[in-house]
Ligand binder design. Structure first.
Ligand code: PMP
Length: 372
């Protein structure tokens, strides 16, 4: 890829995560234009022509990356992905009282807990575990075709960031009227996507889009206009769509940076190229795990492993802590697993260079040779 890390220090954070080096440089230059010809992006009113131009460009670039069908709106919202856990029922339940959710792991269960505050939630499929590790339920088994029309939508989490498990791209078209809603926070823009299979997609920005504080929502036109009357205006999908995401002050700097990230993705080959690079990076580390004769173990079954968040364990807690300390000393940062899951997690978002996977694999082999 054109963009690579300028040093041999690598960031494996699950989020907020690595941002492309060239985007950071452009953001720095942009901020420093202050006092020369015009104020920086951080300082312009959201109602100004300057911000409108940037927001429109971000909109166009994202639409182009996704080949977004005409009947979808892009919303740039604040509040993070978890805010959407409650905003989905508020905006989409309409007169329905029931929702369908796939329970695939940590983030899905958080989304389910929140949705239960608003409606009855049917769990249509769940992850399960056997000797191979965690398996995700194949989309074919969710019963999308036969879901009761009284269900407002069926929600799933495309990539379980904490557990390191990922669904394949959704190929089924739901032939029932039930819209598929997807939390794509940690897999958005990591590979090609057929938006038309979804009613709504949402993604917190802090993985592949840009800085935290922004959430991108793609929503199909026919799902607008169902919001409950008590939905706050600024979180009402229909009102934000009409206001082109400017019902109130949007996270302007985050939108501006996202605009640069969208351009960077296009300049670097688009979503197919992102997928190829991400697969190469994660496959390299999975290979190192497989070749470690059980010293490193992945808790996820091969068919359900995430191509983005690679999770693995070491034989005990002492070795795990030692691994993290020595990795940091070697410039490999933020490898600690999610606090509820433990172990090690290496996240390979778009901006993490190939060299990071090479360095981590080499470190894993050296560590095993010394401590195994
Ligand atoms: N969903 C997924 C899949 C996530 O990975 C995260 C954050 N790691 C969230 C939701 C929550 O995002 P936020 O912290 O932006 O609310």
């Amino acid at each position: 890829m054109a963009d690579s890390c300028l040093s041999d220090v690598f960031n494996f954070s699950a989020g907020p995560a690595a941002i492309p080096e060239t985007v950071l440089q452009r953001a720095r230059d942009e901020l420093l234009t202050r006092g020369t010809s015009f104020p920086s992006l951080m300082e312009v009113p959201f109602s100004s022509a300057a911000f409108r131009t940037i927001a429109d460009q971000a909109h166009q670039r994202l639409s182009a990356l996704l080949a977004l069908p005409d009947n979808y709106r892009i919303l740039f919202m604040a509040g993070g992905a978890m805010a959407q856990f409650g905003l989905l029922p508020l905006n989409l339940l309409g007169s329905s009282k029931r929702l369908a959710y796939v329970d695939s792991g940590y983030w899905a269960s958080r989304a389910i807990t929140e949705a239960r505050r608003f409606a009855t939630v049917d769990i249509v499929a769940s992850a399960w575990r056997d000797d191979e590790g965690v398996h995700l339920p194949a989309p074919k088994s969710w019963g999308l075709e036969t879901l009761d029309r009284g269900v407002a939508y069926c929600h799933y989490t495309a990539n379980e960031t904490a557990d390191g498990a990922q669904f394949p791209e959704l190929h089924e078209h739901s032939s029932s009227d039930v819209a598929v809603v997807c939390d794509m926070t940690s897999s958005f823009l990591a590979r090609p996507l057929d938006v038309s299979r979804y009613g709504l997609i949402y993604a917190g920005a802090q993985k592949n889009i840009g800085p935290a504080g922004l959430t991108v929502v793609l929503v199909r036109d026919d799902l607008l206009g169902r919001s409950a009357p008590q939905t706050p205006d600024v979180f009402n999908y229909g009102l934000q769509s009409e206001a082109r995401s400017c019902r109130n002050t949007p996270p302007t700097f985050a939108v501006g940076l996202a605009n640069l990230v969208f351009e960077w993705i296009a300049d670097n080959g688009g979503l197919s190229a992102m997928a190829r690079h991400n697969d190469e990076k994660s496959a390299m580390v999975y290979r190192t795990i497989a070749e470690s004769c059980g010293f490193y173990r992945c808790p996820v079954a091969p068919g359900s492993r995430s191509g983005i968040n690679v999770c693995f364990t070491l034989p005990d807690e002492v070795l795990t802590e030692r691994f993290i300390v020595e990795a940091e000393e070697n410039g490999l940062h933020h490898l600690r697993g999610h606090s509820r899951i433990g172990g090690i997690r290496a996240s390979f978002y778009n901006a993490v260079p190939h060299a990071a996977a090479v360095a981590l694999s080499q470190f894993m082999k050296d560590f095993q040779a010394r401590r195994g």
